[in-house]
Write a protein that binds this ligand. Structure first.
Ligand code: ZN
Length: 340
């Protein structure tokens, strides 16, 4: 089937699970009640994704508070009591971050429960997202390794252990989120991809990397305004990614100033094109999505084109996110009719 659909990652959490419209929401429950609420929210989103016609579904990150810290909380060697304020993403904004104070070690499994829950309850392909090594490194303060690359490689080894276990749980696609690639484009082409290779080493399931311009929060919207009429960040590392061992590259496209011609630099890869804008509540129309597909097909072979979202939908309203998923399914169906 042409133009299968998937999501870049997160979905909003229902109000009975956590605070809404936040990137780092507080949970509304504790203990066993929290575990049940996470499970129920995951099952609900699975059903909604299936009904919307999403082919490779996700758990929508319903079990983690934040896309990076949801993994970091399973890592020993990190002091979360004494957080510090640090400029992240090349000083695009400041964040309060935990510190690496000792050798990093994984404490058990991070996402086993979600993976097994999905595998049990859907026959669709399932995708789990993990933060990429460069992005995790850029979201914690290193006070132990003394070197950005060493810190990222240490995280890559832990990610690899979790990714291999997820594959055994029945996950079809393991995706690493590397928004930091767009902030450090030259390093991304060098050690960023090396660290990614370390994270996906030995996997036989499909692997993906998601590189976006971030959630639709003010700091990112302001940053985008400073990038001029064409956003060419991808140009610096797409050629290196095309030669890499990753199978799929998920990128931002809808309403973005990324020139679609840059996708031609990903020859040989499956390209997950963001067809849903996460920075607006306006719902895309199927025509708008199918028109975008027509444009992208000048640069990506049709059997390599997958439709996704520009980024996670976590900060949006649940109803808006549902409508956007439906639009994605309908847009893909219309594009299939046009190119049958
Ligand atoms: Zn993203």
């Amino acid at each position: 089937m042409l133009f299968p659909t998937t999501l870049a990652g997160s979905l909003p959490k229902p109000g009975w699970l956590a605070e809404t419209h936040k990137l780092w929401p507080k949970w509304r429950q504790e203990g066993a009640e929290l575990a049940r609420a996470k499970r129920d929210a995951t099952l609900l989103w699975l059903k909604i994704q299936e009904d919307a016609g999403i082919d490779c579904v996700t758990e929508g990150e319903q079990s983690r508070q934040h896309f990076v810290h949801g993994f970091v909380e399973y890592v020993d060697g990190i002091d979360t009591e004494h957080k510090v304020t640090m400029g992240i993403r090349n000083n695009r904004y400041e964040a309060v971050v935990p510190q690496v104070v000792a050798p990093l070690k994984l404490r058990g499994r991070a996402h086993e429960a979600e993976a097994k829950l999905m595998r049990k309850h859907t026959k669709r392909q399932i995708r789990i997202t993990l933060p990429g090594p460069m992005t995790i490194m850029d979201t914690v303060k290193d006070a132990h390794y003394g070197d950005r690359v060493k810190t990222a490689m240490a995280f890559a080894d832990l990610l690899n252990a979790e990714a291999r276990a997820l594959e055994k749980d029945g996950v079809d696609v393991v995706q690493f989120d590397e928004p930091a690639f767009n902030a450090y484009t030259e390093e991304a082409a060098g050690w960023g991809i090396e660290a990614l290779h370390r994270a996906l080493d030995g996997l036989t399931c499909k692997t993906a990397v998601h590189i976006c311009y971030g959630y639709g929060i003010k700091a990112n919207i302001d940053w985008k305004l400073s990038l001029g009429s064409e956003w060419r960040q991808y140009e610096a590392f797409f050629p290196a990614l095309a030669k890499s061992r990753v199978d799929q590259v998920a990128l931002e496209c809808m309403h973005s100033r990324v020139p679609p011609s840059l996708m031609a630099l990903l020859a040989g890869k499956e390209v997950i094109v963001g067809a849903i804008d996460v920075a607006t509540d306006l719902i895309e129309t199927p025509e708008e999505i199918a028109d975008m597909v027509d444009d992208v097909l000048k640069y990506v072979p049709k059997d390599k084109l997958i439709l996704g979202t520009n980024c996670g939908l976590a900060p949006l309203d649940c109803d808006v996110a549902m409508a956007k998923l439906e639009a994605l399914g309908k847009g893909a169906a219309l594009a299939r009719r046009r190119h049958a």
